[in-house]
Ligand binder design. Structure first.
Ligand code: GDP
Length: 352
């Protein structure tokens, strides 16, 4: 009898566990469905009809601070101050270089910054202020996207996974909110799902998408897109490109061809933006050089500054690639792209 009660009891406990697990699974499924619907919400309305102002709430653009990128605060200023307590001795300068290397400035930017500060340093000077000033000098003036009247073509390049598609979506949304008519060209016809992903972003951003089937000629897509954008009276056409990087030659050929086709279609490439993942650090910068060699890159978008990357990587990018930072990615949402502001960046890097 005791055995029956024990087995019955065990079965009841198992049943209760199975019930709880099934309920949890259903809840997760519902959550996934809700997220998918949210991603695809553009499918339910014609973005061309939606006024940008009406979308502002949806995108949740909050422009408070952090336009130098979110990055963790480094507290570099206090460390520099402490280091220079006894004046600028030889070992102090090498100590400063070590601090900068630890902040991920990379060898070139670290040496350059030390030399600049050294040249200006006089005994008793406020070193923290000097470092701040020289960082701003190295970064140069903040430069927004250059856009003219008429159709502006913006070519977007970068390795897969850097955040290219997401950045295009965010940029399209930002420009739409500024009242611009935006078109997108899905010229990354190589990667499976690249077109579908871009379509979702286009709908969320209220932009018009020109795409062809997978494997189509990227130049042909760009040509069609220029013609369609002109016909629609678009202000900006953002062209996505394939991020594969086996060797430099095909990359150069493909980017060169896309550019020539765009010109043949009667438009000018105003900007070539290189999208770079801040978290790939110094390795990512070396890889990115293939793009600055292949295309005339006019600006960098540094993504994922909200991750584990140290702020110094931004100075390394500026110094190693010699191209201004135009935007920083501060998250995965539609409003998480900010125009770069050097002063905010320097403040954040030095304060802790
Ligand atoms: P692509 O292959 O270069 O087109 O990269 P995707 O746009 O698909 O982005 C790759 C991943 O990075 C996705 O999970 C994005 O959500 C994520 N991502 C892109 N930009 C940012 C950013 O600024 N912050 C964070 N946290 N994630 C980002």
């Amino acid at each position: 009898m005791g055995w029956y009660i024990l087995i019955f009891g065990l079965l009841s406990v198992l049943l209760v566990f199975a019930g709880v697990a099934a309920l949890g699974k259903r809840k997760r499924e519902l959550g996934d469905m809700e997220r998918t619907m949210h991603m695809g919400e553009g499918h339910t309305h014609d973005p061309a009809l939606a006024h940008p102002a009406a979308q502002k709430h949806e995108t949740g653009i909050k422009e408070t601070g952090a336009s130098g990128g979110v990055f963790r605060k480094e507290g570099l200023g206090a460390k520099v101050k402490h280091l220079f307590h006894g004046g600028g001795r030889t070992d102090t300068w090498s100590g400063l270089e070590d601090l900068l290397l630890k902040a991920d400035l990379g060898p070139k930017a670290a040496t350059d910054l030390v030399n600049r500060v050294k040249a200006d340093y006089k005994g008793g000077a406020n070193v923290e202020e000097l470092v701040h000033r020289e960082i701003l000098e190295m970064l140069g003036p903040d430069e927004p996207l250059h856009l003219n009247d008429g159709l502006n073509v913006v070519l977007v390049v970068g390795v897969n996974g850097a955040g290219k598609t997401t950045t295009i979506g965010k940029l399209a949304s930002r420009l739409s909110l500024e009242g611009k008519n935006v078109s997108l060209a899905a010229s990354d016809t190589f990667r499976a799902a690249a077109g579908e992903q871009l379509e979702i972003w286009a709908k969320r951003a209220g932009a018009h998408l020109v795409a062809q089937e997978r494997g189509a000629d990227p130049g042909a897509v760009a040509f069609d897109a220029v013609k369609a954008a002109e016909a629609r009276g678009s202000d900006v056409l953002i062209v996505d490109t394939a991020g594969r990087l086996h060797t430099k030659a095909p990359l150069m050929d493909e980017l060169g061809k896309i550019k020539r086709v765009i010109e043949k279609a009667g438009a000018q490439v105003m900007e070539t933006l290189l999208v770079l993942d801040a978290q790939t650090g110094q390795n990512g910068i070396a890889q990115a050089r293939a793009f600055t060699d292949a295309a005339e890159v006019t600006g960098v978008v540094l993504t994922k500054t909200d991750g584990s990357a140290k702020g110094g990587v931004l100075l390394a990018v500026r110094e190693e690639l010699g191209v201004p930072i135009r935007f920083v990615g501060v998250g995965e949402a539609l409003g998480d792209l900010r125009p770069f502001e050097a002063a905010g960046f320097a403040d954040r890097l030095l304060s802790g």
